[in-house]
Design a protein around this ligand. Structure first.
Ligand code: FES
Length: 179
């Protein structure tokens, strides 16, 4: 995908990532300073880092491993075992589509298709500009509102393809307002 990006854009993004990585490392170091160096602190540490950074960056896991005197492989295998840990960056708008039975029957596949078309990525992907992440879950626990999706922490229920377009449009507006 990277080779599709023009060189100027690529350079800018690399600079951005560099800054971003630096502040991630500082954040992780700050978090580590509040913990005891015991292997039993691994999961709380991973949760804390993910809560602050948004996901578990490779360099962060390396720092944690060093701090706890563990191998990077040990830290990685715990992080990849639990589904609540995110090993890749998440978009600013994290869109979760419910694909549970109630939602499926009431049109979740069409809703998912509409979103994929609208934001230009497929299920399981994050856009290269880190604006969107699109994922699915088995059930969101609000079946009475089926079909439903979640955008970050906001649930949108009783959706139709038209309503989904409105939700996406409002996300675009939010982005424009923030600029
Ligand atoms: S099936 Fe979608 S919320 Fe339960």
């Amino acid at each position: 995908m990277g080779n599709l990006v023009e060189s100027v854009g690529q350079e800018t993004r690399q600079k951005g990532n560099f800054m971003e990585e630096q502040s991630q490392v500082e954040l992780v170091r700050e978090i580590l300073s509040c913990y005891e160096s015991k292997p039993s602190r691994l999961v709380p540490l991973l949760l804390d880092v993910q809560g602050s950074v948004g996901y578990l960056p490779e360099e962060g896991m390396r720092l944690i491993a060093h701090f706890l005197d563990m191998s990077v492989g040990q830290v990685y295998s715990v992080a990849s075992f639990y589904s609540q840990f995110q090993l890749t960056p998440i978009g600013r708008h994290r869109i979760t589509v419910c694909r549970g039975t109630a939602c499926h029957i009431r049109g979740a596949p069409q809703i998912l298709g509409e979103i994929e078309k609208g934001i230009g990525i497929n299920e399981g992907e994050t856009s290269s500009d880190l604006e969107y992440t699109l994922e699915t879950v088995a059930c969101m626990g609000c079946c009475a509102l089926a079909p439903c999706i979640k955008v970050n922490d906001d649930v949108h229920g009783e959706l139709t393809p038209r309503k989904v377009k409105e939700v996406l449009l409002n996300l675009d507006k939010e982005g424009a307002d923030a600029q």
